[in-house]
Ligand binder design. Structure first.
Ligand code: CTP
Length: 404
């Protein structure tokens, strides 16, 4: 299962460090090449020789202990990794990761790597619930770091509560499902639209809406993490282009339409998270409109519906997901859009609910297919919601790693 995969295992200084030996052993037995980096405090709990013997690889302890003159060790390990796993992760390493500190081999490697990172925290229950630690975990999650949740039970410090390192088996299973996940959309081309289009009135004014682009960007990132080749067509958004995604910036609904149609034939999955303006000014002015009369009437004309067009042109091997941001009658409108626009799935959210919809980092979504409700998801980060949505799509498309 893990043949050909290189995993950097970071071991930090908690009593659970001894369990990392079982993790190292199981990963190696399943075929992974495991390179262990230990912090100085981890060495107080368990000897490097244990990991060297189990992984059959040298263990790295010090940033400056360069064994091979032809490579820079922390960059080499950072580049080589298909996954960096930190188990156990103390509150200290979480803080360093969240704030970009690089004062030892492990934190430096974590800063230098572009590989996905999986973290298994272990600490006293009060430390785990301390606002600083909670915030650091949030920051890391937002950045795409994945977590293996600590378990509940008797802690080494005598307390009973959450904070125990997840069992080695659970951690290794999570590593395997990570590698399975990253293949779900391998070879698939996904086109995502995001943001709110801007429709020019004159050189200094435009019509737009409240869309921040966050949901579409999260979908693009999740699709990339599931192995897809992703193109993100986005209306103006303050968000940074996600790495590893082809980002095409457009302004108006008409430009978005062109960008989508130009790429449609070579796309397997279209996800229309953008809030496209239904109307645009009929006569945009080349000069700034000066105030004259007491009232001003702006004539608007209908924009073509991009999703509807995509639905019309859709081949049987293409999969289309539409969005429906509603304030009332959510289910009825969602199902209506699904049929009218020939979508395979529609994602509906009630934008009047707190934590859902425009501008927030979280979303509360319901997913519908032609037969009705498929999933009613609780409040979660937009990235997690995107992952769940894509797994439902993978399931419908009969791809391995789907939600079913
Ligand atoms: N959409 C689109 N092009 C448009 C309008 C909407 O592609 N000109 C897409 C959106 O990207 C979204 C879906 O259609 O995926 C639903 O958008 P919404 O504005 O909720 O739907 P409308 O069809 O405009 O319906 P209504 O205005 O009646 O709510």
């Amino acid at each position: 299962m893990l043949h050909g995969k290189t995993i950097v295992l970071g071991v930090t200084g908690g009593i659970a460090a001894y369990k990392a030996a079982a993790v190292c052993s199981q990963l190696t037995q399943r075929g992974a090449e495991v390179h262990v980096i230990m912090t100085a405090s981890a060495c107080k709990f368990i000897a490097p020789l244990t990991f060297q013997t189990l992984s059959r690889q040298p263990v790295t302890l010090d940033t400056f202990e360069e064994r091979d003159a032809s490579v820079v060790m922390h960059i080499n390990l950072a580049d080589k990794a298909d996954l960096v796993l930190v188990a156990p992760a103390t509150a200290n390493i979480l803080a360093k990761m969240a704030h970009g500190l690089a004062d030892d081999m492990l934190s430096t490697t974590l800063l230098a790597t572009t590989a996905p990172v999986l973290v298994a925290p272990a600490m006293n229950v009060h430390m785990l619930t301390h606002p600083a630690v909670v915030r650091n975990i949030e920051i890391l999650r937002e950045r795409g770091v994945r977590f293996v949740e600590p378990g509940e039970g008797q802690l080494a410090c005598g307390y009973v509560g959450q904070g125990r390192l997840a069992e080695p088996q659970q951690i290794v299973d999570k590593v395997e499902s990570f590698f399975l996940e990253t293949k779900t959309f391998q070879g698939k081309r996904v086109l995502v639209t995001a943001g709110g289009t801007q429709e020019r009135i004159d050189p200094v004014r435009y019509l737009t809406n409240d869309s921040s682009g966050k949901m579409g960007f999260a979908i693009a990132e999740a699709a990339r993490d599931l192995g897809a080749k992703v193109t993100l067509v986005t209306a103006p958004s303050a968000l940074l282009a996600p790495s590893g995604v082809e980002t095409v910036r457009v302004v108006s609904a008409e430009e978005m339409m062109q960008a989508v149609l130009n790429r449609l034939s070579e796309t397997d999955i279209v996800i229309k998270a953008a809030a496209v303006a239904d109307y645009r000014p009929a006569h945009p002015s080349a000069q700034k409109i000066k105030k004259k009369a007491e009232s001003l009437t702006l004539e608007l004309v209908r924009n073509e519906d991009i999703l509807q067009k995509v639905g019309e042109l859709k081949r049987s091997d293409q999969f289309v997901i539409g969005f429906a941001a509603e304030t009332d009658n959510v289910e009825q409108y969602a199902m209506d859009k699904l049929r009218r626009k020939n979508c395979d799935l529609v994602v509906a959210n009630d934008v009047t609910q707190s934590g859902a919809g425009f501008g927030t980092d979280t979303n509360l979504i319901r997913v519908f297919d032609a037969n009705g409700l498929v999933a009613d998801l609780p409040l979660m980060s937009k990235y997690e919601a995107a992952m769940r949505l894509l797994k439902i799509a993978a399931d419908k498309m009969h791809l391995a790693g789907g939600a079913g």
